[in-house]
Ligand binder design. Structure first.
Ligand SMILES: C[S@@+](CC[C@H](N)C(=O)[O-])C[C@H]1O[C@@H](n2cnc3c(N)ncnc32)[C@H](O)[C@@H]1O
Length: 215
């Protein structure tokens, strides 16, 4: 009997393609995308970050020029909804639909209206010269800063706050790339007028905050 001849030319590429596909599937499983991760974190009855704005924003809201406010990575809305209660027209962007749904619930509770859009900030194109205030709180994506600056109108203000290197005292495993460097916000906004700046350690968390005005 003549043995069956297996044409080996197709066999090797097919095996490589199969192994490659398995590796890709494995990588996706090992690192779930931001959307799934944040949707599941926010899938609680309580507000993960609370309903109150950050103290820095609350203390300094009176300095901000009234008008359109963009809240980048709005989450459950504590900061953007607060600005809406202060008379701002607030638009929030976030990848988490669950977070933004809670932001709308918070707005209803406070009797204000907000707008939201589900977007991936890693590929977003922000409208230029469009906002009086741009907030970016506890979301550090460094390549977004040029767009944040461009999105402001002349005289508009950026409000940015997130963890600085001292935060590692309280959370040693927090990924280094998501921590600001010392004075990094001052460097990023060196062509803006610095209205307020602080590097703060409250004994539980350490973070830096800035309000910077576009010339
Ligand atoms: C630490 S939370 C901060 C939320 C809010 N700024 C606050 O201070 O309460 C980070 C937020 O970034 C959002 N996020 C993470 N990756 C994102 C992405 N690629 N595009 C849009 N939003 C993203 C998450 O859904 C989450 O709401």
């Amino acid at each position: 009997m003549t043995p069956a001849v297996v044409p080996r030319t197709w066999f090797r590429p097919a095996v490589f393609a199969f192994v490659f596909a398995c590796l890709l599937a494995g990588a996706a499983w090992a690192a779930p995308k931001d959307k799934e991760r944040w949707d599941s974190k926010y899938n609680l009855d309580v507000y993960l970050f609370g309903k109150e704005p950050t103290p820095f924003l609350k203390q300094n809201a009176g300095l901000l020029p009234k008008g359109k406010a963009l809240d980048i990575a709005m989450g459950e809305g504590r900061n953007g909804v607060f600005l809406a209660t202060q008379g701002f027209e607030a638009l929030g962007l976030d990848i988490s639909e669950v977070g933004l749904r809670k932001a709308h619930e918070l707005a209803r509770e406070k009797n204000v209206k907000i707008e939201t859009r589900v977007v991936d900030l890693e590929s977003v194109k922000l409208e230029k010269n469009a906002y009086d205030v741009v907030l970016c709180m506890y979301y550090l994506q460094r390549d977004l800063f040029p767009q944040i600056k461009d999105a402001l109108r002349s005289g508009g203000m950026a409000v940015v706050e997130t963890y600085n290197p001292d935060y590692r005292k309280y959370n040693p495993k927090f990924p280094r790339q998501y921590l600001l460097e010392t004075n990094e916000l001052l460097e990023i906004f060196k062509d803006f007028k610095i209205v307020r700046y602080q590097a703060y350690d409250d004994g539980k968390e350490a973070y830096s905050s800035i309000i910077a005005q576009k010339p």
